[in-house]
Design a protein around this ligand. Structure first.
Ligand code: SF4
Length: 447
């Protein structure tokens, strides 16, 4: 049962020393109750209080790490149901599932395709995170061979999925175990053997059972056997039931602090129509899967899913920004076109992509609007003639561009007069939409 802020306050030193970064012990207690602070931030908590508060102050959803090193995938430890309340902290993993019953070379081709699901979008590298090897063949030797191939051919994290503990044991060689794969499925039938294996090899465990009640029973048993990191596979026969399971698990964990289900989750997108698969995968990503498993290795489809993830796991109060300043596209010179946009990364990279597509080398001045888009910044007076002029001075535009012409976004054509007066440059109103830029640069600018 979660403790209230006042319950927690009673156990704190009440000296209001502010060393925890909060002005009073009460403020710290409230932050702790809302899971916005950690007990370690107060250096004066007594051992007795630590014991009493330890469990209550633990995150409602356990953090689970798959893989090792700086690229390990950390999932869970989320505090809110809705990202606008705070933000989502640990981006869901995208797993590509591959059956060990596939014959060569199809198995190797799928591995290779999974390994190539890497993209660069709005200045960030994004990619699939895991390869799941499924023991569909039922043959432990074949499963071990397939896992060994996956481990040697891809640098993605590994999910080993079999309900046969012997198959898992055979596949979990020292080399594979060193990569700290997700091991599963632990079920009501096999949990003891899987727990022993996971504890011996220090791997996180995927858990599956019919219904959330049975799932909670298994996690409690695994916990009793020393397994601390678990991921709950809540996939049901019908995708809408999977969605309901995801939502119920998140609500129970956060609203009721129900520890047996306080773990990250796995949801498997339904197989069949690829568009339907991605639609469900994206839905699961939004609510609230920590790992979304797909069969698809189609770049366009997986990019769509990764784009959804990128959007959901940004801080809604902090727009993603690019470095303000003058950015060359191609190899522009003093007579190349100069245009400005804002430093909101989605806007900036839309413009940059279209300038690149035009094959006309150009300069883009990213004006610092605290990450707001052109119209939003203009409406909030974060984008005006003075701001643009200052950005030009700061970026040393005069030294790099000699024609003294500045192309401005069509949406803020209204700025042109004041900007011309402010800068003394010739202001040209450019296209309203980024997609019109190539045609504009190839035809209008050359005139
Ligand atoms: Fe109170 Fe501890 Fe914070 Fe000091 S550091 S104000 S004692 S909670």
């Amino acid at each position: 049962m979660a403790l209230s802020g006042l319950d927690i306050f009673k156990l704190l030193p009440k000296t209001n020393c502010a060393e925890c970064g909060r002005p009073t012990c009460l403020a710290f207690a409230m932050a702790l109750a809302q899971k916005k602070a950690s007990l370690e931030e107060c250096p004066h908590v007594s051992d007795a209080a630590k014991q009493a508060l330890g469990a209550a102050s633990a995150p409602p959803i356990k953090l689970v790490t798959i893989g090792v090193g700086p690229k390990a995938l950390a999932i869970g430890e989320e505090n809110v149901l809705f990202r606008h309340e705070e933000k989502f902290y640990h981006p869901a993993g995208v797993a590509v599932s591959i059956s060990d019953s596939l014959a060569e070379p199809a198995f190797a081709e799928r591995l290779s395709a999974a390994n190539q699901l890497r993209f660069r979008r709005v200045g960030t590298d994004i990619q699939a995170d895991l390869v799941e090897v499924r023991n569909d063949s039922g043959d432990p030797a074949r499963f071990a061979q397939s896992v060994a191939k996956a481990a040697s051919q891809v640098d993605l994290h590994l999910m080993l999925t079999s309900t046969n503990p012997d198959a898992l044991k055979g596949a979990l060689t020292d080399e594979v175990a060193a990569r700290r794969p997700l091991l599963g499925d632990a079920t009501p039938e096999n949990w003891q053997a899987v727990a022993a294996l996971a504890a011996a090899k220090k791997c996180p465990v995927a858990v599956r059972a019919d219904g959330l009640g049975a799932l909670a029973d298994v996690t409690e048993k695994l916990k009793g056997a020393g397994v601390t990191e678990m991921v709950l596979d809540v996939t049901a026969g019908e995708p809408r039931q999977t969605l309901e399971n995801l939502t119920r698990v998140r609500r129970l964990a956060l609203r009721r602090t129900f520890r047996p289900l306080g773990f990250p989750t796995i949801a498997r997108a339904p197989v069949g129509d690829p568009h339907n698969e991605m639609a469900w995968a994206s839905t699961f990503m939004a609510k609230y899967a920590s790992i979304v498993v797909t069969q698809s290795t189609d770049k366009a489809q997986v990019l769509a899913l990764l784009t959804v993830r990128q959007n959901i796991y940004t801080d809604p109060q902090k727009p993603v920004q690019v470095e303000p300043g003058l950015h060359p596209v191609g190899e522009p010179g003093p007579e190349s076109p100069l245009m400005f946009t804002t430093n909101f990364s989605l806007t900036y990279y839309s413009v940059e992509g279209e300038v690149e597509a035009s094959r006309v080398p150009a300069w883009i001045l990213a004006v610092d609007t605290e990450g707001l888009s052109v119209l939003t910044a203009y409406s909030g007076d974060k984008l005006n003639e003075k701001v643009v002029h200052q950005a030009m001075i700061k970026a040393g535009v005069e030294e790099k561009v000699k024609h003294r012409k500045l192309i401005i976004p069509g949406h803020v054509a209204v700025l042109s007069g004041k900007l011309e007066e402010e800068t003394g440059w010739n202001i040209i109103v450019g296209p309203k939409e980024a997609s019109q830029i190539p045609n504009y640069l190839q035809t209008q600018w050359k005139k």
